[in-house]
Design a protein around this ligand. Sequence first.
Ligand SMILES: [Zn+2]
Length: 434
Amino acid sequence: MVKPIQQFLQHMPKRHQVIIASVSILLLLLLVWPSEKASASRDMAQFEQLEPGVRYELALQLGTSFAPIDSDMEYTWVDYEIRSGDNMARIFQRLGFSARQLHDLTQAEDASILRRIHPGDTLRFAKDANNDLMALHYRLSETDTLIIEKTENGTYQSNREAKPTDIRIAFAHAEITSNFWNAGVQAGLSQGQIMSLAELFGWDVDFALDIRRGDQFSVLYEERYIDGQYVGTGQIVAAEFVNQGEVFRAILHENGSYYTDTGRSMRKTFLRAPVAFNRVSSEFNPRRLHPVTGRVAPHRGIDYAAPTGTPVMSSGDGRVIASAYDNLNGHYIFVQHGERYVTKYLHLSRRQANVGDRVRQGQVIGRVGATGRVTGAHLHYEFLVDGVHRNPRTVNLPKAESLPVAEMPVFEAIAAEQLAMIEGRKRFYLAMVD
Ligand SMILES: [Zn+2]
């Protein structure tokens, strides 16, 4: 069985400690110096009933309001869910605000955003005892809120509040027993993360055909939190992949790109496989029969069995030197890469590049099909070096670029830290499950 995920959250974010401390001080102030305002006293009564050690939701608009908190408490907040066909005039009418108030509100700098409100979104209105509109909050995204508030001189002023995102580092590890996709799912990775991991190592490993039982991976990745709430995963910060005993490592540098532990770019001239691994039907047995002859004799290319219509990518940057059809190869495309390399893609159901086109690595140039002399849908892929057929999964490809020497000390420090974290968590994980 694939081992389950092990996630460990790193240190508690500082920001939370700060918020907790601020709230404590605030409560203390309210208790020590009670305001003469009745509303504050009412709230104090609530505070006296609080039990120690219990977490309470605070009614205070902490961090979401620029108004002083004691005046904020006198407002009545109304949440309004925007319906299809709503506009601000209609909403104001429905909530009992005047056209005059809407006019004044729309003088605020960012108020034009309110012309593009979306059904399903929520507007929060704050009004005082005279039904005067004191504030309007519109949540623009997970992190951003538009806040329009009445100032002392009676005009409205807008602010955009961006909530900070806390990043925590999570860890996942798995050993592959059935296939890479299942291992990723059982390690708790999302579909997007599984694809990202395959892309990250896709210049070194053919995820469609070269994965074997016993292969392993370890991943450090970001988890994003807003106000203590998990909102999704972020980037992979470091990963290790062991494929048939060979270890590959990728580390995110501060320039946003990934490098091996020795500082070479993960990105190379050629992808190992021209189709996404999750579309290819394969098994661990490498003795595949040729789809026509039924022999295991090696032929000059590699066959990827995949459904008709599966996208076929150019494995490197290059120029299309053939895009045609014949009875043997079906629809086919040849791409020239620099002086020495040519890649060939046969039996396509569709060609999406013409002779003379410049294509980029990963660009879709056609679709898997069953045209030509074949019995089932598959991509036949050939890789030629100086006109000689080579195995694209094992051929030595041009070395990837290294980081500039000047950047190496910074990178080495990052790499050492991330790899130590992977090692530490992996050891802890293995100790837990063994
Ligand atoms: Zn073939």
